[in-house]
Design a protein around this ligand. Structure first.
Ligand SMILES: C[S@@+](CC[C@H](N)C(=O)[O-])C[C@H]1O[C@@H](n2cnc3c(N)ncnc32)[C@H](O)[C@@H]1O
Length: 272
C-alpha cells in the first residue's frame, strides 16, 4: 500500500469509526491515556499540541489541566474527529481548545510554539512515524516534552487477529507495521534517533473487557481503523469475518464476556 493510500484508508476509516469510537474503546484505552497525561505533567497556562486527537479523550483532560489561560491545539487526519472536538469544546465551554485537520507528518505549524506535544495511540497509523516525530520535535520549545503512546507487541495484544481477518478480505494491509513501534524498545529508539533526550519508556499490561461477543466485534470492526473496510462488506462477509475474529479471541472468553490481553508503550522525550 502506498503512503497516500494508507493515509486515505485512515482518514475515511476514522470518519466511519468516529460516532462509535468512545463506545468501543473509551474504557479500554483509559490506562494508557492516564499514564500519558501523567508523564506529560501539564501545568496551568501551558500551550499543548495533541496530535491524532480522535474524539478528544486526552484533549479535554489536557484542557482542564492547562486551564482557561492555556491552549490545547487538537489535530487529526479525520474531518469527523476534528469537527467532533470543535463541537464538544463549544459544548463544554472550553475556549482554550482549538482543533484543525492536520496530518501528523505535516503539521504546518511554526517551530517552538508548544510547551508539550501529546500523541496518544496515533503513531501506529502514520506511514512515516519518524517524520511525525521530527515534526513534533520541531514544534515543541527547547526543554519541552513530547509524550507518545502506541499499542505494545503483537504477541501481547490478544485482539490482533482482527487485522489478518480483515486483510484477507480486502487483499491488502489495512494497518501495515501496526505493532512495529510497540516491539521491544523501538518507540524509545525512534525518539532518541529523532533527537530527543532524557527518553523514558514504560510498558503497561491491561485487559480489554467486553460484556459479550457483540461488543467485542463492535469495537474491533465498527469503532476502529478497519471501519471503512468493514462498512463495504456485504452481510455474508460481515458474518464470516465476525466468526473468524471470535475464533481468534475464543481463548479469552469468560462465560459470555471477554477479557482480552492488551499492552501499551508510553514514551516521553525532552527537546534539548
Ligand atoms: C486510536 S485513535 C486515538 C485517538 C486519541 N488520541 C485517543 O487517545 O483516544 C487514532 C487516531 O489517529 C488518527 N490518525 C490516523 N492517521 C493519522 C495521521 N497520519 N495523521 C494524523 N492523525 C491520524 C485517526 O484519525 C484517529 O483519530
Amino acid at each position: 500500500m502506498t503512503p497516500q493510500l494508507q493515509r486515505r484508508v485512515q482518514r475515511y476509516g476514522w470518519d466511519h469509526a468516529m460516532p462509535h469510537y468512545e463506545n468501543g474503546w473509551k474504557q479500554q484505552l483509559a490506562p494508557s491515556q492516564e499514564r500519558l497525561l501523567a508523564l506529560a505533567n501539564l501545568d496551568a497556562f501551558e500551550r499543548v499540541l495533541d496530535v491524532a486527537c480522535g474524539t478528544g479523550l486526552i484533549t479535554f483532560p489536557a484542557a482542564e489541566q492547562v486551564g482557561p489561560g492555556g491552549k490545547v491545539f487538537a489535530t487529526d487526519i479525520s474531518d469527523k474527529m476534528v469537527d467532533f472536538v470543535k463541537q464538544e469544546a463549544r459544548r463544554r465551554k472550553l475556549g482554550q481548545v482549538v482543533a484543525k485537520r492536520a496530518e501528523a507528518e505535516q503539521l504546518n505549524m511554526p517551530a517552538h510554539c508548544f510547551d508539550a506535544v501529546l500523541c496518544s495511540l496515533g503513531l501506529m497509523y502514520v506511514p512515516d512515524p519518524m517524520q511525525a516525530l521530527s515534526q513534533m520535535l520541531q514544534v515543541v520549545c527547547p526543554g519541552g516534552r513530547v509524550v507518545a503512546s502506541v499499542w505494545g507487541a503483537r504477541a501481547h495484544c490478544g485482539w490482533s487477529g482482527i487485522f489478518p481477518v480483515v486483510d484477507a478480505r480486502v487483499n491488502t494491509d489495512v494497518c501495515p507495521l501496526f505493532f512495529q513501534l510497540g516491539t521491544q524498545d523501538l518507540l524509545a529508539q525512534a525518539f532518541t534517533q529523532t533527537g530527543f533526550t532524557q527518553v523514558i519508556s514504560e510498558r503497561i499490561s491491561t485487559l480489554l473487557h467486553y460484556p459479550n461477543a457483540e461488543a467485542a466485534c463492535f469495537a474491533a470492526f465498527v469503532a476502529g481503523p478497519v471501519a471503512m473496510a468493514y462498512a463495504r462488506f456485504d452481510e455474508q462477509t460481515r458474518a464470516e469475518a465476525k466468526a473468524d475474529y471470535l475464533a481468534t479471541i475464543e481463548q479469552y472468553r469468560q462465560g459470555t464476556g471477554y477479557a482480552i490481553p492488551g499492552e501499551f508503550v508510553v514514551v516521553r522525550g525532552i527537546k534539548p
